[in-house]
Ligand binder design. Structure first.
Ligand SMILES: C[S@@+](CC[C@H](N)C(=O)[O-])C[C@H]1O[C@@H](n2cnc3c(N)ncnc32)[C@H](O)[C@@H]1O
Length: 203
């Protein structure tokens, strides 16, 4: 049976441009002209948008769910010369599809997965990032032990009701994990709707 047309995530339509602009702040020529591995690509809308935004970037989208490959490939098809077909990747698995990357990007995954996924993401990123390479995370985070908005308190409870291993992560805990793997964080970028972009550079 033919698959329906590609799915669209309304949240990705809203946040893809602010995320591209935040990445622009974090990118040097090493990143804009390098290889980006996207973890948890979802529908593929961010990969497609970043291909439009950064004309010299080579992008490998991935997701743990094989059901997402069709959508990712449909969204990225117009950019096929610079966006590779999607690969199924659970961050816990080895090896990752790129042995070397200049950017690892993960949008809205670590709160909706167990903490082990964040650990695996950071360890795997540190392993493949070139010196000066960037790990960029987008999502809701607590800061100094506090939620940054009442809506994030509600969202955190919703996540924990879904699975007690899920939840809004602490910037400090993610930073400590990254630092132990040789990744240094820069100042968090505040994003619309009480989210952050966290950038970590490989030392
Ligand atoms: C909330 S969606 C975000 C999708 C997309 N990044 C976005 O923002 O539109 C979370 C995604 O994380 C993926 N995911 C969950 N656990 C994962 C894991 N262990 N490794 C890789 N991807 C995972 C899911 O398959 C899903 O596509």
């Amino acid at each position: 049976m033919l698959r329906p047309v590609k799915r669209t995530a309304p949240s990705a339509l809203r946040n893809r441009e602010p995320i591209a602009l935040a990445l622009q702040q974090l990118f040097s020529p090493q990143h804009t002209h390098g290889a980006l591995l996207e973890i948890a690509s979802g529908t593929g809308q961010h990969a497609a948008h970043l291909a439009e935004h950064f004309g010299a970037l080579s992008i490998q989208p991935t997701d743990a769910d094989p059901a997402n490959v069709h959508d990712i490939d449909a969204w990225t098809e117009p950019h096929r010369s610079r966006v590779k077909p999607a690969v199924v990747l659970d961050v816990h698995s080895h090896p990752w599809p790129l042995a070397h990357a200049d950017v690892v990007l993960c949008i809205n995954m670590i709160h909706i997965a167990p903490w082990s996924a964040c650990e695996a993401l950071i360890k795997g990123s540190a392993h493949i990032l070139a010196p000066g390479g960037l790990l960029a995370l987008y999502g809701p985070f607590t800061r100094d032990g506090e939620h940054t908005a009442p809506s994030n308190v509600t969202f955190d409870q919703w996540l924990k009701d879904k699975d007690p291993a899920y939840g809004v992560r602490a910037i400090e805990a993610v930073t400590a994990l990254a630092s132990a793997q040789g990744l240094s964080r820069v100042e968090p970028i505040e994003m619309p709707a009480n989210n952050f972009v966290l950038g970590f550079y490989k030392r």
